[in-house]
Design a protein around this ligand. Sequence first.
Ligand code: NCD
Length: 359
Amino acid sequence: MPKRICTLGWDEYQALPLDEKITYLMQPDGNPYHTLFAQQFGLDLLTRLATLTNEIRAIAKSRNGTAFLSSLLAHKRAMLYFSQPSSRTFLSFASACQILGMPLGEVRDTAISSEFKGESREDSVRTFSSYYDLIIMRTPEKGLAERMAWVLSSSDRPIPIINAGSGQDQHPTQALLDVYTLLRSFEKTGGLPGKTIVFCGDLLRGRTVRSLSSLLLNYPGIRQIFVAPGPLQVGADVQEMLRARNVAFDLTDDLREAIRQSDAVYMTRIQDEWDNEKGESARIDTRRFTFGAGELALLPKDAVILHPLPRRDEIATVVDNDPRAMYWRQMRNGMWIRTALIAATFGCEKQINAYYRSE
Ligand code: NCD
């Protein structure tokens, strides 16, 4: 690492602006060491990761290729520490590690770990680092993955952390797979720059929206349209970020009009697990923020529909078989780009590039 996060005290590190924090999280080759924020991924890195992902997919098609990939990190072990529900993120990271040959451990239920006996999270994470070489972590608490990255880097066994979702705040690897899906979707229609991306649903509390909105800043000319019921409209922090970068954006509650203008529609579910009081979300009228046959008829022919999943009823199942519905492919893309991220974190990028060229 060019600078090490542990050369600073926690309070000193915490006080840094995000741009400066990020310099402590990256490796000299431009890859992340700890992956905590979407803002760590600039255009060069995104382009390299997308290429690496394409190469990994191609290599994985043959038995020899699969054997090559699974030899790359057979000497490293990964720990999945998920103290919040997950299906896709957990399984796609587990699969990514398996593709690279990494043996896995997991803690998903802190009620059966020593945290239940009163062990601090700091001590838990240091314990994991005694046995593993990578921690992939999901938590309901904003900032906890970051704190743990600092704890580990300050310990005598510094190992990388990947944030697999932290509170309402960040979900950087979801944003990676979302951007990768958009890049692939627009391969034949002029690429991602200049496109109009519509976000719909619970934009206030959805961490995938916050991370993706920020990652899209890397591509010029993108317009972002946020469609939500008033109480769930995207937060002031996202709006300020877009304003500061002079990015065109609109806030609206008219999904149908937004669909007509879209190149991609990113649907999200209502995040009612964050309600301050029971039934708070249920009182919001969300009926106009769903995508069904009527909305499909308005969608431009080259536009695509994404969803981080899980869905409830915000996308009707009749939409699933439309060729513009990308959410199943998007999910599988997650496994491949997470494989690429882990490989890049552990310095395997050049080896994969060389194998791909030699085949
Ligand atoms: C998302 C999450 O956990 O933030 N799920 C996921 O990782 N694909 C979205 C959600 O839960 O709504």
